[in-house]
Design a protein around this ligand. Structure first.
Ligand code: HGY
Ligand code: MN
Ligand code: MN
Length: 411
C-alpha cells in the first residue's frame, strides 16, 4: 500500500476549514495577516496538530514554523514541505494554507501507515509571504535561504508604524518552549503544494500542475510630494497637486505596460495625504507590482516606469524606490520529473505549467532542489474571499505530495 493511500481528504478539508476560522469573515474571507495575533493563534493550532502527531515543533529567528517527523537517519538533511499561513487582508481559505495543511496531511499519512522515512520530513509555514502588512514579502523564506534576517528587514514598518522586528519578537514570545533552529540549515529538497491562482488547470480539467517555474517581478513604491493648499483659494496653475501628478504617472505607466499584452502591472496601494476634501493633496504614495516571464520585458517596462515618474512629477517632486527584484526562474527538471512520475504512478492526470504568482519556493530554489504542485481553483480567483478549490482536487494534490515526499525522503 503506497503512503498516499492513507491520505484522508475529509481530514485535510476539516483542517483547512479549521485554519480558515483564524481571521475568518463573511463569505469565505480570511484576514490573517503576517505576525498578527490572529496568525499567532493559527500557529498555535498548527503546533497542536503537530504535537498530536508526535511531530517536533520548532521555529527560527524569522518565526518560520517547523513540524518535524523524525527520520531513521537523523544526520541526513531533511525534506521540507509547506507554504505560508498568512493571508491578504481580504484573502481566501486556500492561498498558502493549502500547502501547509497538505504537507501535514502527508506526514499524517506516514504516521497512519506506520512508516518512518530515512530523512526527516518537516512541515513548514513561512513567515510573511504576502507582503501586505510588511513589504516586501517572503520574509521567512528569504531569511531561511540567506541564513540571516537583516537589520533593514527588521526595520520595515507596517501602516501603523509597527516594526517587523517588534512584531517578530511578539510572535516568538508566544512560541512558548519552541526550540529555535538556526537560519540557513542544510535541506535535501523542498516541495510546495498551492492552488494555481489562475484558470489553466480548471479550464483543462486537469487536477495536478507540475510547476515549471515562476515569472520575474519588480516591485516599487512611488512617493509624490506636492504642497497642501486651500481648495477654494489656491489657483490651479499655482498648485503643486500631488494627486494630479500621481494620476498622470499611473495613467502613463498603465499605457506603457500595455505591450506585450501579457505584462502584469498592478497599482494596488494608493494613499493620499492629508486625504481631506477641501485640501489640495500634499503627498501621494502608490505601489507598482510588475511581472513577466521574460526578464528583458521587465527591464524594458522598468525603464519606461522610471522615465514616466521623472517626466510627470513637475510641479511636484517624486521618488521611486524599488523594493523587490526577482528574476524569472525554472525549477529543476529532475524534480519536476519525479513529481510527474508520482502523479502518473497514482494515475492522476497532470500537466506542466508556469506560475504567474509568487511563492516561497522561489527562495528555497536558491538553496535546494525545489518543486511545486498546483491544484485548480475556481475561475483562477485568488486574493479574494471567493477563492475556492474542489475537495477532490485538494486531495489529489495531497496524494501526489505524499508520494513525492516519500520518494525524496527515502533517497
Ligand atoms: O503576490 C503573489 O504572487 C503572492 O500571492 N503573494
Ligand atoms: Mn500564496
Ligand atoms: Mn498570495
Amino acid at each position: 500500500m503506497t503512503p498516499s493511500a492513507h491520505v484522508d481528504g475529509g481530514r485535510l478539508w476539516g483542517r483547512l476549514m479549521d485554519l480558515a476560522r483564524f481571521g475568518g469573515g463573511p463569505e469565505g474571507s480570511v484576514d490573517r495577516q503576517a505576525l498578527t495575533r490572529t496568525e499567532i493563534a493559527a500557529r498555535a493550532e498548527l503546533v497542536r496538530w503537530g504535537r498530536a502527531l508526535h511531530l517536533e515543533p520548532a521555529t527560527d529567528a524569522a518565526a518560520n514554523l517547523f513540524l518535524r517527523l523524525p527520520g531513521s537517519e537523523p544526520g541526513l538533511p531533511p525534506v521540507l514541505a509547506g507554504s505560508h499561513a498568512d493571508t491578504q487582508p481580504n484573502g481566501g481559505r486556500f492561498d498558502g494554507a493549502y500547502g501547509v495543511v497538505a504537507a501535514l496531511e502527508a506526514v499524517n499519512a506516514f504516521r497512519d501507515a506506520g512508516l518512518v522515512p530515512r530523512r526527516a520530513i518537516e512541515v513548514v509555514a513561512w513567515t510573511n509571504e504576502e507582503a501586505c502588512r510588511f513589504a516586501p514579502g517572503m520574509t521567512g523564506s528569504t531569511a531561511f535561504a540567506s541564513g540571516t534576517l537583516t537589520d533593514a528587514v527588521a526595520e520595515i514598518c507596517d501602516a501603523d508604524g509597527i516594526r517587523l522586528g517588534d512584531a517578530l519578537a511578539e510572535v516568538l514570545a508566544a512560541d512558548i518552549g519552541l526550540p529555535r533552529l538556526p537560519l540557513g540549515r542544510p535541506v535535501a529538497a523542498y516541495v510546495e503544494a498551492h492552488i494555481e491562482q489562475g484558470p489553466v488547470l480548471e479550464r483543462a480539467g486537469i487536477p495536478i500542475g507540475i510547476v515549471s517555474g515562476i515569472q520575474g517581478t519588480r516591485r516599487y513604491r512611488v512617493r509624490v510630494i506636492g504642497e497642501a493648499a486651500h481648495a477654494g483659494t489656491a489657483e490651479r496653475r499655482e498648485r503643486r497637486d500631488a494627486l494630479m501628478a500621481a494620476i498622470r504617472m499611473v495613467a502613463a505607466i498603465d499605457a506603457a505596460a500595455l505591450e506585450p499584452e501579457d505584462v502584469k502591472l498592478t497599482v494596488g496601494l494608493f494613499q493620499v495625504a492629508p486625504n481631506a476634501p477641501s485640501v489640495v493633496p500634499a503627498e501621494v504614495l502608490f505601489s507598482i507590482d510588475l511581472r513577466h516571464p521574460d526578464d528583458a520585458v521587465v527591464a524594458r517596462v522598468d525603464a519606461r516606469i522610471r522615465a514616466i515618474v521623472e517626466a510627470a512629477a513637475s510641479p511636484c517632486t517624486a521618488t521611486l524606490r524599488q523594493i523587490q527584484h526577482d528574476p524569472s526562474l525554472e525549477f529543476p527538471p529532475a524534480l519536476r520529473d519525479l513529481v510527474a512520475g508520482a502523479a502518473a504512478d497514482l494515475g492522476i492526470a497532470h500537466r506542466t505549467l508556469a506560475s504567474a504568482a509568487g511563492h516561497d519556493a522561489r527562495h528555497l530554489h536558491g538553496v535546494c532542489p525545489t518543486a511545486m504542485i498546483f491544484v485548480p481553483c475556481r475561475a483562477g480567483i485568488s486574493h479574494n474571499p471567493a477563492e475556492w478549490a474542489e475537495p477532490a482536487d485538494l486531495t489529489a494534490g495531497a496524494r501526489v505530495l505524499t508520494e513525492t515526499l516519500w520518494r525524496l525522503a527515502m533517497r
